[in-house]
Design a protein around this ligand. Structure first.
Ligand code: PHE
Length: 335
């Protein structure tokens, strides 16, 4: 009888390959209702003479089964481990994959330099939306609908009333509405114009500047801008202010600096003039101040705006603006 059980058990265990099946087998023989357990329980029904003999054999069988299960368990575990080592093998001698680190984009670099200079001079940094109301981009800046001054800036219209901002000047309006004078901030950001050639891209970057207080004069404007140009391009660079026109400033000026390439002698970049135009500026037009509800008897100020691409092109001597946006890593790595 017991020999039969042993034989049956040996067959059962031989076909087992997983730990969970092995556990089922353990329950089948040694569990509470297992085969061996029920034999052990039935010991009480045999005669006192038979009991020790049968008990001994039963215990031996139980021990045999326990050992066999333990041995099987070890061999399954060993097999699984060696399998795991084989399939999850990692060759730590293989060279790693190269992750190319990016570089700071030259435009961001210049933009940050410009911002840093004005922050040092006490300007805050203000931001505004790139999708802008016609009102903020034009009308509040004294550029009425159908006015010929709109021709200065070729616009992308979303609707009749919504445009992609053509300059950072609408941030002047938003910034002034938000606070009471005195105000002093710059507004860096992307702007859009319907323009594309070697020196124009449909999207480019500007930094706007605005300062409003009592008794601000044109010489304050000159002082700030000359300091800026000297910090950006070097002490001693000549700077000149030329009369110009913007609807939102009066008087208005275009600011030139001496050509940094030919040092004023005349070259291809400065079109033989010896000068490079880098800024638009002027005293904020009273109509603009009235549009934001500022008291024009008491407050006045100046504004300026510059193109970041232009400054970067001059500083790094890049002759095609489109290089900035082609994302050729060989170009970008050079800065
Ligand atoms: N917004 C003008 C432009 O984009 C530049 C400017 C700004 C001029 C502020 C004067 C004052 O051309």
């Amino acid at each position: 009888m017991l020999e039969e059980i042993k034989e049956k058990f040996s067959k059962d265990i031989a076909s087992i390959t997983s730990l969970s099946d092995l556990n089922d087998l353990r329950v089948k023989y040694l569990g509470k209702k297992g085969i061996i357990t029920s034999y052990l329980k039935s010991l009480s029904t045999v005669t006192p003479e038979e009991r020790p003999v049968l008990g001994k054999v039963l215990n031996e069988t139980k021990l045999y089964i326990e050992r066999a299960i333990l041995a099987k368990e070890n061999s399954i575990k060993e097999f699984e481990l060696s399998n795991k080592i084989k399939t999850e093998y990692i060759d730590i001698t293989v060279p790693g994959k190269f992750v190319a680190p990016g570089t700071e984009h030259p435009l961001n670099k210049i933009l940050n330099e410009v911002v840093d200079i004005f922050v040092k001079m006490g300007f805050n940094v203000e931001e505004g939306p790139e999708v802008e109301l016609d009102y903020f981009n034009f009308e509040a800046l004294n550029i009425p609908k159908d006015h010929p001054a709109r021709d200065m800036q070729d616009t992308f219209y979303i609707t009749d009333e919504i445009v992609l901002r053509t300059h950072t000047s609408p941030v002047q309006i938003r910034g002034m509405i938000k606070r009471k004078p005195p105000v002093r901030f710059i507004a860096p950001g992307k702007v859009y114009r319907c323009d594309a050639d070697i020196s124009h891209t449909p999207m480019f970057h500007q930094v706007e500047g605005l300062m409003i207080d009592e008794n601000i004069s044109f010489s304050n404007l000159k002082g700030i801008l000359i300091s800026f140009i000297h910090m950006m391009f070097g002490e001693g660079v000549p700077v000149r202010f030329r009369p110009s026109f913007f609807p939102f400033t009066e008087p208005s000026a275009e600011v030139d600096m001496g050509c940094i390439l030919c040092k004023g002698i005349g070259c291809r970049v400065c079109k033989q003039s010896g000068w490079l135009e880098i800024l638009g500026a002027g005293m904020v037009h009273p109509v603009v101040l009235e549009n934001v509800g500022y008291d024009t008897e008491r407050y006045n100020g100046f504004a300026f705006g510059m193109g970041i691409e232009r400054i970067a092109m001059l500083k790094y001597q890049i002759d095609d603006i489109r290089l900035f946006f082609e994302n050729d890593i060989r170009f970008l790595r050079q800065f």
